[in-house]
Structure formats: structure tokens, C-alpha cells
Design a protein around this ligand. Sequence first.
Ligand code: TRP
Length: 334
Amino acid sequence: MKKTILTGLRPTGNLHLGHLFGAGQNYVKLQDDYDFYLEIADVQALTDNFNNPEKVRENIKEITMDLLAIGIDPKKVNIFIQSKIPEIAELTVFYSNLVTVSRLQRNPTVKSEIAQKKELFGNDGESITYGFLGYPVSQAADITIFNGELVPVGDDQLPLLEQCREIVRKFNSIYGDTLKEPEAYLSKTTRIKGLDGNDKMGKSLGNAIYLVDSEETIANKIMKAVTDPNKIKKDDPANPDVCMVYYYHKLVNDEDSLKVVCSECKKGARGCVLCKKELINKMNEFLKPIKERRKQYEDNPELVKEILENGTKIAKDKAKEQMKKVRKAMKIDY
Ligand code: TRP
């Protein structure tokens, strides 16, 4: 029997290179050998976008097309919409008894998200809703309702996985052995740096290259990428290791060209403008097949709808089966 993989994405924006080179690569790699459930986590997205439902709605289609564009095969992966499976919400309610408020407040991922909100809104946490604080509980339900054994994620999600494992242990110890403890599956490159040199590429940081960016947008973004600050003149030797342009060359360029870029940069035989222009070409070449694949789905929205409906149907059947077991174990199978 194939092992089960479950992972999720909040539909709040398009996929960028950080997703593609991070967990995205793993999705594509793992899809052949596992029973794979990929959740479009609209309920989770609403925990901090409840006042912006149009954004979540629109991004369900967008993110699905992005996933198909990077090579997720809908025949192998069940892509489904979280809110269409109310059993997940039901399980979340049962799990909410098994986790304390203080444990959630201490969860490092939740903690840093709360800190960010405080910075943004400048209050002392009054904007933190019950739903937001509880989203790790809902995520534990996402994973375990499918018996997810492996969870491909970025390392920022590890505390959420740990929280899930704790809930599983607590459940099993009270109601009997019913649930599996999931494990994280991390990518080698868990994090892609932003164009500004920030350790993380992210939407809120404004330093991302999106798969859907036009060639012109990509050119503009790369022209502004951070290079070695000690290089003043075109012919100054520079250090490629502190240059974001070189960093992205490494992601999309071939090895031979890369050696040339590196040695010319070190010798001062390559200006940054030329180097950026070369990267723009390579990046656009790299993204071309992804965009072409995406276009087929953009031109055929019915097909995207069908893929989501099929994935959701299969996921729903599996969730229903698991809820039967859960209800029986909890003695609420009246
Ligand atoms: N929290 C994840 C994120 O923000 C998305 C997510 C929702 C998820 N449900 C999940 C990830 C279940 C792994 C497993 O990216």
C-alpha cells in the first residue's frame, strides 16, 4: 500500500520561486509514489482574511493553475478545497478539547505571526481572533483526517507539525490507538532568498518573482536586485556570494555558464548590468514551459473546475471514512 501524503497551501496569492524551489519541487517529485492529497486551505486562509473573502475565492483558481503549471499531475494528486469537506471542521472541534490555549500561544509559528500582526496593527494582540489562534488545531485535522504520514512543507511549518503530533498522541492516549503521527518532509532548499537579499522570499516582503510575472515585470525586478555593495564601478572585482543576481543564476543557469559568471565577476570582467540581462533571459527561458502549461488551463477554466471537483470528491470519501473511526473511538457514533 502506498503511503499517504497530505499538504496544504493558503490561497492568498500566486506561487513564486520560493514555493517552486522549496516544497513545490518535492510535490512534483513525490507525486508518483504516494497517495497524495493537496489541500487548497481556504478555511485557514480565512482565519486572517475573513474580511476579504473575494481574495481567497479568486486565489483558489489561481493557485490551482500555478500547481498544475509546475507539473502537478491531477491524475496522481487529489487537489481539493478545504471548505468543501466540512468533516475537517468537525474534527477540528473535537481536537480543540485536546490542546490548551497557552500551548497555542507558545507555538513558535503562531507566536511570530502574532508578533507580525502587532507590528502591522500596532496593538497588543486584540486583533487576534479565536479562529486564528486555533488554526494549528484545524491544520492537525487537515493532516490526520487523511491519515497523512508525510507532510512536505517548509521549515517554518515544523512547529505546526509538532502541534499536530501532540494532538495525535493525546487523542490516542484517551480514545485508543486511532490516528497516525505525521512526519515533515523537508526540501533540501527549504528557503529561497528574496531579490532584496532577505533570507526569505515572501509576498508580504515584496521581494518575490512570481511564476505568472510577465517577462517585462521579471526584467524590472531583476534590474533592481541587490548586488555586492562593495562593487562601485563596472570593472571592480566583486564577491558573487553576496550577490542576489548570482544567487538566482545558480537556480536557473547551467553549470558551465555559471562558472564563467562566477570567475568573471571575481575578476571584475563582468558588469552587473550585463550580468542582470543574462539572468533575465535565463529566468524567462526557465519559466517559459511553466507559463505555457499554465496557459492551457487559463484557456480552459472548466477543466480546472473539474480537476478540483474530482480531487475534492476523492478526498471527501477518505475523510468520511476516517470520521467514522474517530466517532467510534470517541463513543459518539450514535
Ligand atoms: N499552514 C500552511 C501554510 O501556511 C498551509 C497548510 C494548511 C498546510 N493545511 C496544511 C500545510 C496541512 C501542511 C499540512 O503554508
